[in-house]
Each structure stands twice: as structure tokens, then as C-alpha cells.
Write a protein that binds this ligand. Structure first.
Ligand SMILES: [Zn+2]
Length: 456
């Protein structure tokens, strides 16, 4: 076998792992492109080539071939801001503003229930939901990031786990020092992992003081990881900080030196024109979470202005307790619709731009765009197949429009992460749905039985 290539005639098919033949491929790079009747060739977890299906079977001999004649292939969606384990709090406290929701409901429930087991079970529920909805990578912020990473690794899901830092003590860590050190341990453990990365995740300007933030900046530089933080989520956050310190949170963070290309600023519903041009020159990224902002009445991120200023935008669902799902298809649609309403302009955030935010925009924000975010040769085979044959998505004039404005996550048929087939005709291959549901119900029973929670 070792000298096979020498005697192989020039036109002999090349042996590779997988061919996926599709009706449409939307590679995201180049922008707004649809390839008809094309095939993706995959070998050892990476994309080898995109080529017309008629040529693919002559050029390649694959161990596995998939014919997806009614499907669009897109890059796996990147959920650029979530708190995966909070899926176990889905529907626990709704219809409340952010600070009431956090201080009177979520923080007390977290204080009582968070444990390694809770985080593992909640993360498994979240990953199952995300995979079934076409998401192949999530950027997380939560306690016990070691558990989040362990579960993602077991499933084969790509993840950036947040090394959370917060001033007050929790079951994960007692002091900012301990948060930092435990976070660095998690980073060291996964340093060379192919699917798991880390980012520092100082919670928000109002929960992390200057001294730990300065240390986050130093460590993030040394470890070469992003910084993932909720910033300017509500008008209340900005006015409280202004009256207490005389500075808006973004100005304080700028003074501390955190506003750089490393920063993923989540929410950003309150931005002056001056702040937008400052953000643009800083190279920081904005993660837009339209449904969480709508549900908590947090405010409106000025998406069209940010795009006009050439600021990279990513898209996130936020946690399932404030959304209440981890559905990147509905998030893309909400983002496109909301941007139009906020800008009073129907051309604001086109379908192709919404898809870009949910894929390549997320990859850039995470510093992973050399490996994921678009379907181009050399990148990882993180791929989502969407079956557009359903009545609800017929007829198909423009596949990208159909994906953003008409399709639902239930039309996701198959998902690959680094070439591994994690969702196969809607069946999860590395997770047991029955066990996940049973565990979620057990947690809800325990949480509901606790008397101090209202309305139960
Ligand atoms: Zn959040």
C-alpha cells in the first residue's frame, strides 16, 4: 500500500473519508454566495474541496457518501453567548426586568442549586438542543467551566468555555483570586485540545471591580485568549455606573485597557455615536442577543450603525432562562427583523448578513476564524444540513432568505463537528435524549419542591 500513489494513474479517484452532495451549499465566504448541486469533500475532519457534484464522484472515492438532494449546507452555527447549564432554569422566572430577574430569582436559585452535577446535566441538555438546531460551537459563561468542557469534549461538541470572574463568592470560587486560579487550571488542562478553547469571562462591569479586571487583562494577554463580558446590557446599568463613578461602563473599561480586539462585548444596547466610533477603532467585537434583549426589555443594540462602522458582529442566544431557547435560527430571524425596526430601514441586516453574524462573525469574535465559520478548504468540517423540502419552505427562490425568514431549526437534518456526524437524520449519535430529558425533569421536581420559590 505504501507505494500505491506511485503506480496510481493520474485520473484515479483520491480516497477520502466523506462526500456530502447537496442541492445548495452556502459557504458564507464569499459573502452571499449559493452553490447549486455541489459537494463537500472531507478528510480527517477538514474540508478538502467544494466542487460540482458531477465532478466529485469522479475525483474522489469516499468511505461515506451522503446525498442531500433537498438540503442546504451551511457552516455550523456559532452561538457566541450563552450560559449552557442555565437550560435547567428554563421557564423558572419569566416576564421580569433584568435586575429583578437576576437579584430576586436567578442568583438565589443558582446559590441553592449549582453544583458540578447540575452544570453537567444542564450542559448536556443545552448541547443536545443546540446540535438539533444546527449549532456546532458555543461560547459559554458559567460556574464549573471544567464540567462544561468535560461534557462538550465527551459529546464531540466545539466549545469556548468561559473562565468566570465575579466579585462575590459562589460554590465555584470564594474570591476573585480563586476564580482566576481555577480558571487558569481549566485553561491549562485544555490547552492543546482540538475542540475546547477558553476565554476569560468577567461577568459584567457592575459585578467585577477594577483590580480583578486588571488581572484578567494581564492573564488574557499572556494566555492569548479572548475576554467575554456583558457590557451596556441596560440603560439602568449605564446610569447607575455614571451616577456612582462619573463614568459610563465602557469608558471605565477603556481606561482599564480591556477594550481591544480581544474583547467580546455582549449586548451593547446603550451606545452613543462616539462610543460606536471608539469601539470601531478599538477592534473589539459585539455579540448581539436580540431575543434576550427583547424578553428582558433591556434595550436595542444599534446593529445597522455597528455594521456601518465596520464592527464585527456575532450572534448569541444568551441562557435559556432569559430567551427561553437556544435556537440560532429564530435568533437570526429576530436579529434581521429587529435591526430593520430599530433602524427604520428594511434593508438593515440582510438575510446574508444575519447568516454571517451567526457563523463567520462569531468565529472572528472568538479568534477561531482560521478554523471555523465558513465552508472553505482547510477549515474544520463543522457543517449543518437544512432540509428545505417541507411545505413551509416551498418554493425556494433564494435559499439564504428561506433559511433566515422561513425555515425552523426542526428542519436541521444533519450536523457534523470536525467531520464527526453528531446529528444523523435528526438523531443524536453521542447523546441519549431519554436520559437527558429524565434528568431535566428530576432537577425541575427538586427545584419546584423547594418552598421559597414563588408561584410553584
Ligand atoms: Zn448572558
Amino acid at each position: 500500500m505504501h507505494n500505491n500513489h506511485k503506480i496510481k494513474p493520474k485520473n484515479h479517484p483520491e480516497t477520502i473519508d466523506t462526500l456530502i452532495h447537496a442541492r445548495w451549499i452556502i459557504p458564507v465566504e464569499p459573502h452571499n454566495t449559493v452553490l447549486n448541486h455541489h459537494t463537500i469533500a472531507i478528510h480527517e475532519g477538514h474540508i478538502v474541496e467544494l466542487l460540482p457534484s458531477a465532478e466529485a464522484s469522479k475525483k474522489y472515492q469516499a468511505d461515506t457518501e451522503h446525498r442531500l438532494d433537498e438540503h442546504a449546507l451551511i457552516p455550523g452555527l456559532i452561538n457566541a453567548h450563552t450560559h449552557a447549564a442555565m437550560s435547567l432554569f428554563r421557564g423558572l422566572a419569566d416576564d421580569l426586568p433584568l435586575m429583578d430577574w437576576l437579584q430576586n430569582h436567578i442568583w438565589p436559585a443558582e446559590g441553592k442549586w449549582i453544583s458540578p452535577e447540575f452544570v453537567a446535566d444542564g450542559t448536556r441538555l443545552a448541547i443536545a438542543e443546540m446540535l438539533r438546531g444546527g449549532t456546532t460551537c458555543f461560547n459559554d459563561m458559567y460556574f464549573f467551566p471544567d464540567e462544561t468542557a468535560r461534557v462538550a469534549d465527551n459529546v464531540g461538541m466545539r466549545a469556548v468555555v468561559g473562565l468566570i470572574v465575579i466579585d462575590f463568592p459562589t460554590v465555584w470560587a470564594a474570591t476573585p483570586d480563586e476564580y482566576l486560579h481555577k480558571g487558569i487550571e481549566v485553561h491549562d488542562h485544555y490547552r492543546h485540545h482540538p475542540l475546547i478553547r477558553t476565554a476569560f469571562a468577567p461577568h459584567a462591569p457592575y459585578t467585577v471591580s477594577d483590580e480583578p479586571l486588571q488581572r484578567v487583562i494581564t492573564f488574557a494577554e499572556e494566555m492569548d485568549v479572548p475576554i467575554h463580558m456583558h457590557i451596556h446590557e441596560t440603560a439602568h446599568e449605564v446610569s447607575e455606573a455614571s451616577s456612582q463613578t462619573g463614568l459610563r461602563p465602557l469608558a471605565r473599561l477603556t481606561k482599564l485597557g480591556i477594550v481591544t480586539p480581544r474583547l467580546m462585548a455582549v449586548h451593547m444596547t446603550q451606545l452613543s455615536d462616539g462610543e460606536i466610533s471608539h469601539l470601531a477603532s478599538s477592534g473589539a467585537h459585539v455579540v448581539h442577543c436580540p431575543e434576550s434583549n427583547l424578553k428582558l426589555a433591556s434595550g436595542f443594540c444599534p446593529v445597522q450603525k455597528l455594521l456601518a462602522a465596520d464592527i464585527n458582529l456575532a450572534l448569541g442566544t444568551d441562557g435559556a432562562a432569559s430567551n427561553n431557547d437556544l435556537d440560532m435560527f429564530s435568533e437570526m430571524r429576530s436579529a434581521a427583523l429587529l435591526a430593520k425596526a430599530v433602524a427604520d430601514d428594511a434593508s438593515a441586516l440582510t438575510a446574508a448578513q444575519a447568516l454571517h453574524m451567526a457563523t463567520l462573525g462569531g468565529a472572528r469574535a472568538l479568534g477561531l476564524d482560521d478554523n471555523i465559520g465558513s465552508l472553505v478548504p482547510g477549515k474544520a468540517a463543522d457543517i449543518t444540513a437544512v432540509n428545505l423540502s417541507a411545505l413551509e419552505t416551498q418554493p425556494v427562490y433564494h435559499p439564504i432568505s428561506q433559511l433566515i425568514y422561513a425555515a425552523g431549526r426542526e428542519q436541521v437534518s444533519d450536523v457534523w463537528v470536525a467531520g464527526q456526524h453528531l446529528l444523523k437524520e435528526r438523531e443524536l449519535t453521542t447523546l441519549d435524549l431519554h436520559t437527558i430529558i429524565e434528568k431535566a425533569r428530576n432537577w425541575a421536581e427538586k427545584i419546584q419542591a423547594a418552598d421559597e420559590l414563588p408561584g410553584m
